[in-house]
Design a binder for this molecule. Structure first.
Ligand code: NAD
Length: 459
């Protein structure tokens, strides 16, 4: 076992794994929490790290282990009064998450997996305020899965971001290994395995939909570039900030290094809403509703599909024998649920959106139950439904549980569905034209379809 000592603010670290040096690349700069545990995750067995300052031994170390050396001098992060410390990647570690400590042999967790790093933008917003605590509790990635949270805020939300981090500190989540905060996407997205892009500008009074597309599009172009540069090559990107389908397309187009299939726009909330309404009408528990697809855009042109949906494994149309209700009440109710909620609540859905983000992630990391599927806004590149290529369109998907997905290709499409699927496709193609300047396309023009389709969540 190697013991490591440092003097007066400088640390000298040497880490061994028996005779073999633990190999960590530069991205594994261990400048935040749980140094020893990280090494356990990386495969080492015996690690002791000590920091000596003004004659006393104490916990707390920041170390960088280079692949080809056994010793490296590193310095302690500069802490500000509020506990934020400078960090080389991933933003700034926060408060207690900057502290590292030794783990005694007996305390070493045997089952914990490699930490999953999750970048969340809009982290000081309402949705994130629910989501972050779900992620940290293990509810989404599992009770044996440690996570690191890299939180991105806007300049204006910088203080609020610290408030969020303080609440995370105070929650003592055992699975939460790091919290890093920052306002530069390129720092915060470093090494992200997941990027949950929630932050966006809300549509102000009198703001045209085209203006919103442009303002938020610029955010997602910048974030796409940042992901391209610094995220894990296999990063899964889930875009929530509206207009989420087109924002996801913009991010994807600005991230050519990344696989377009790893970009998603959140339509899971719409699916959940549709399931709830069908369960309510049929008088069943909503767990018994399956195979619900939301086709298209996360706007009021979205198409909740009752033709292929099932209740207790039977066709919805056989269980709810009321086509008029399905077409004239169910469909608009799902499409406009966000607006209805704002009218009651005075603000847009945050808790249920956070739940649906968790559901969307779980759908990608656990195998889809036999015969079922889930909805996600995915990149169109070959589909049997005649939907245009090169847009982000919500469709039925299945996953093997490894983060990948495949399209469900045998849904029945009748004239009613076809017409509506086309309308939502037309809207997305028009949105794409509006943001041509952000996706490297020439000759764009902004001519959105007649009528304001609203984003669900807006009045
Ligand atoms: N897809 C869906 O199903 C769905 C559902 C509900 C809401 N939404 C959308 O999610 C978004 C966020 O909703 P909310 O209720 O959390 O909003 P919010 O206003 O409470 O929070 C948004 C946060 O993002 C921050 N932000 C703005 N620009 C940023 C940037 N460039 N980088 C980082 N952070 C930035 C803001 O400062 C704010 O803290 C909105 O666009 C909303 O329309 C989508």
């Amino acid at each position: 076992m190697a013991a490591v000592a440092g003097n007066l603010g400088a640390l000298t670290a040497a880490v061994t794994n028996g005779d073999v040096l633990v190999k960590l690349d530069k991205r594994n700069v261990l400048s935040s929490a749980f140094f020893s545990r990280k090494l356990v995750a990386a495969g080492s067995t015996k690690v002791t790290v000590r920091q000596q300052r003004e004659g006393e031994m104490r916990r707390g170390v920041v170390a960088y282990v280079a692949p080809s050396t056994t010793e490296k001098t590193v310095s302690e992060p500069e802490r500000t009064a509020n506990g934020v410390a400078e960090k080389q990647t991933g933003g700034q570690c926060f408060g207690v998450f900057c502290v590292t400590y030794d783990l005694k042999e007996g305390e070493r967790p045997k089952t914990w997996k490699k930490t999953v790093r999750i970048a969340v933008s809009g982290a000081a917003g309402m949705i994130a305020n629910h989501l972050l605590f779900k992620l940290a509790s293990g509810e989404v990635f599992g009770q044996d899965q440690p996570i690191a949270l890299n939180l991105l805020g806007s300049v204006r939300s910088r203080d609020a971001l610290e408030g969020v981090a303080m609440e995370l500190e105070d929650s003592l989540f055992p699975l939460l290994r790091e919290v890093n905060i920052g306002i530069e996407a390129e720092e915060v997205f470093a090494d992200a395995d997941w990027a949950l892009l929630i932050g966006a500008k809300p549509r102000g009074p009198g703001m045209e939909r085209a203006d919103l597309l442009d303002i938020n599009g610029q955010i997602f172009a910048e974030q796409g570039k940042a992901l391209n540069k610094v995220a894990s090559p296999d990063v899964k990107v889930l875009v929530v900030g509206n207009p989420c389908n087109t924002n996801a397309l913009i991010a994807l187009k600005n991230a050519p290094r990344l696989n377009p299939r790893n970009f998603h726009a959140l339509t899971r909330l719409d699916e959940n809403r549709a399931k709830c309404q069908l369960a309510l009408k049929a008088g069943v528990f909503y767990d018994n509703v399956s195979n619900v697809t939301i086709w298209g855009n996360h706007s009021t042109t979205q198409v909740p599909d009752f033709l292929n949906a099932k209740i207790h494994g039977a066709r919805v149309m056989d269980v709810i024998q009321d086509e008029k209700w399905l077409k004239e009440e169910f469909t608009p109710r799902v499409q406009k649920r966000g607006g209805a909620l704002i009218q009651k609540w005075g603000r847009s859905s945050a808790a249920s959106t956070a739940v649906s983000i968790g559901d969307a992630i779980k759908s990608l990391i656990t195998p889809t139950p036999e015969g079922d599927w889930f909805s996600s806004g995915v990149y169109t590149s070959g589909n049997p439904y005649g939907i245009a290529e090169d847009i982000i369109y919500s469709m039925p998907c299945r996953s093997a549980g490894d983060g990948s997905w495949e399209l469900v290709t045998d849904c029945e499409i009748d004239d009613y569905l076809r017409e509506r699927i086309k309308k939502s496709e037309d809207e997305l193609l028009a949105e794409k034209n509006c943001v041509a300047h952000l996706i490297g396309q020439e000759n764009g023009y902004c001519d959105l379809p007649e009528g304001d389709t609203m984003l669900p969540g807006e009045l």
